[in-house]
Write a protein that binds this ligand. Structure first.
Ligand SMILES: Nc1ncnc2c1ncn2[C@@H]1O[C@H](COP(=O)(O)OP(=O)(O)OP(=O)(O)O)[C@@H](O)[C@H]1O
Ligand SMILES: [Mg+2]
Length: 276
């Protein structure tokens, strides 16, 4: 029994003047993950079922240890499910991984310090042997422009701010044209002002690339601002507690953050998380 069926039609958030491109639909079917622990197995996930439609932006929130990162790892086939299945457009997740259709962005930008911004973005393409040196370079420059970092191609990570580094890591994750972006607290280390800039940047990229995004965050306000749907998880054992549709239309309007509806939805999510 799935926790929710997210509507099949493409997201309302995509502006009407853009062609609707269907990317990936994710089916997470009764997935459980147990890790061996000193005092018995840890049930990181139990019976998680979710459907996520193409082009949706879905956030996952919940207390520390409720299995958010584990869920992203299972989706991207970095770890196997103990039971259950993940399918993307009807295919097993390992097939999708083989076709390099996932982009993963971690909490820390995890860039190579001795490589420039451009070289960091080119690296996955180089390792995978995609394109010529010239085409990889052109692609990296195009992606730097997408994340508003023209002019920083030759900067090393230490010469960039935290927000800039995170934008390089988003560009790197986009380098091999993923259908699905999996983002694990990507803006957790940023100050509130930079974080808000990154939100609008991410919405812009998401719209321009027709991505399906699964976004883990500890910030309810961030989840509300960015998402079509919010998955609330609970710990011990890690499970899905509720799937909450976000009521406001996403306009990337900063005034939304102070609206009564926004505050009401934040309180509703807080109550869900605290109710265990
Ligand atoms: N490789 C592992 N080996 C053993 N236990 C693990 C492993 N990875 C995660 N766990 C356990 O699984 C549970 C879920 O962990 P997970 O990292 O998915 O939580 P989370 O919701 O991402 O937490 P946080 O918000 O702190 O990042 C935790 O109890 C954790 O200790
Ligand atoms: Mg985590």
């Amino acid at each position: 029994m799935h926790a929710t069926v997210i509507p099949e039609q493409a997201s309302r958030a995509i502006s009407s003047d853009m062609p609707v491109v269907r990317t990936a639909a994710l089916e997470i079917d009764d997935v459980s993950v147990s890790f061996p622990g000193r005092s018995g197995a840890v049930d990181a996930l139990t019976g998680v079922s979710l459907d996520i439609a193409c082009n949706q932006f879905v956030s996952i929130v919940g207390r520390s240890g409720c299995g958010k990162s584990t869920l992203l790892r299972v989706i991207s086939n970095l770890i196997p499910a103990t039971s259950g299945a993940v399918r993307i457009n009807g295919l097993p997740s390992e097939d999708y991984q083989r076709k390099r259709k996932f982009g993963f962005v971690f909490q820390d930008a995890s860039l190579f310090a001795w490589k420039t911004a451009r070289q960091n973005i080119e690296l996955p393409l180089e390792v995978l042997g995609i394109g010529s040196a010239g085409s990889r370079r052109a692609r990296a420059l195009e992606l730097l422009s997408l994340v508003s970092l023209e002019g920083f191609a030759d900067h090393y990570p230490a010469q960039l701010s935290g927000g800039m580094r995170q934008r390089v890591s988003i560009a790197r994750a986009l380098s091999y044209e993923p259908d699905i972006m999996l983002m694990d607290e990507p803006f957790g280390a940023l100050d509130e002002f930079t974080r808000r800039e990154m939100h609008d940047e991410l919405i812009r990229i998401w719209r321009s690339r027709s991505l399906t995004v699964v976004f883990v965050t500890h910030s309810l306000s961030e989840a509300l601002y960015l998402s079509d749907q919010i998955v609330v998880m609970a710990p011990r054992p890690g499970r899905v507690k509720a799937v909450v549709p976000v009521l406001h239309p996403r306009e990337a309007d900063p005034a939304l953050r102070a609206s009564a509806e926004y505050i009401r939805q934040t309180e509703e999510l807080e109550a869900l998380i605290h109710a265990q």
